[in-house]
Design a protein around this ligand. Sequence first.
Ligand SMILES: Nc1nc2c(c(=O)[nH]1)N[C@H]1C(S)=C(S)[C@@H](COP(=O)(O)O)O[C@H]1N2
Ligand SMILES: [Mo]
Length: 405
Amino acid sequence: MQRSRRWFLRASAFWSSAAIACRGRSGAPPAEPRSIGAPISAYGARSRFEKAARFVNRNTKAPLEEAASQTPLHDTFGIITPSSLHFERHHSGVPEIDPAAHRLTIHGLVDRPLVLTVDELKRLPSISRIHFLECSGNSSSEWRGGSSGSDVQRIHGLTSCGEWTGVSAALLLRECGVHADAAWVLAEGADAGKHDRSIPMQKMMDDALVVYGQNGEPLRPEQGYPLRLLLPGWEGNANVKWLRRLKVTDQAAMTREETSKYTDLMPDGTARQFTFVMEPKSVITQPSGGDRLPVAGVYEVTGIAWSGRGAIARVEITTDGGATWAAADLQTPVLPRAHTRFRWLWKWDGRNAVIASRCTDETGYTQPPLGELIARRGTNSFYHNNGIQAWRVAPDGTITNGNRA
Ligand SMILES: Nc1nc2c(c(=O)[nH]1)N[C@H]1C(S)=C(S)[C@@H](COP(=O)(O)O)O[C@H]1N2
Ligand SMILES: [Mo]
């Protein structure tokens, strides 16, 4: 990294263009602020000059409560998504829940059913972990050719990454004494639609968390305040928000969300069900669709990679549409089931280029080309597109979605 950084500074047109810009401006240093600054504040807000925002991707046939908003991946740095920019997906709006009145009930095939308050949960041993959360419908427009716009936010903005704090689900379930034939847990939310999903007991015992914290403060209402189920690396919809009930059962409940919804119809007419794991995926966030490179020269290509199966082992970059690949630098920490930031220096020659990233996780799974995924799964399915995202760079520097010719 050290060496490539120096090369960047030498080779780049950056310093010379910065010098030109300086000459263009008034030579005098900026004036000292005239009055004393703003006072201290009890709860911070960003500078009024900053405008990055979630994109409200409204389904025009449904009310705004049945909608999603997408993270501005192009304009967020590092690996942590600020809570205010964490993507949202609600099936029936954001309920307003008084934490003092909220209860988590654990019942079903257990010796000792439990009803817990939020304060009681907070007294138990806590765990903080950094994990991504991705809607299985993320990037779904690309199956059939890019209907939801051409920028990274609108194509891939249904993924975010945060630090989550809560209690191990295994600790709670052990406390209840689950029966030997217990194989599933039905998780239910307290929103108007009572969103629910059946979760295999093994995942609940492995690494599931009942979380109340997000990025160092209580969960945002949009993320499930006061409690949500967090299933590291598993599709967003199984991470039940406003969690109010865990029912231990011997079989899956076959709720609406795991039968008519959140299954994947294959070309032969069969459907894949319980496709929980989010497979390895990466995307270049800068430069990306909607950007314009001002001049030929050196650019930092950066983006994020993540895998529901573990840590990212490798990210590669192509600038010639996949003919050749080069290894990108991974920013530490590289954490399992978390966004991982990658960077690569590119000297653009001012000609047509197709840039893309592909990642490989620690299990050896490499993100597939989109065409390969479509050949295998057809275009009936909607969820779980982890194909490679290409961006097309034109000689005038404009960048568009390069997934289709
Ligand atoms: N109770 C409840 N939980 C829910 C949902 C919901 O509508 N209600 N939406 C699910 C879906 S489809 C996704 S992708 C994630 C989105 O989580 P976020 O809004 O915190 O990003 O929450 C899941 N959990
Ligand atoms: Mo989702």
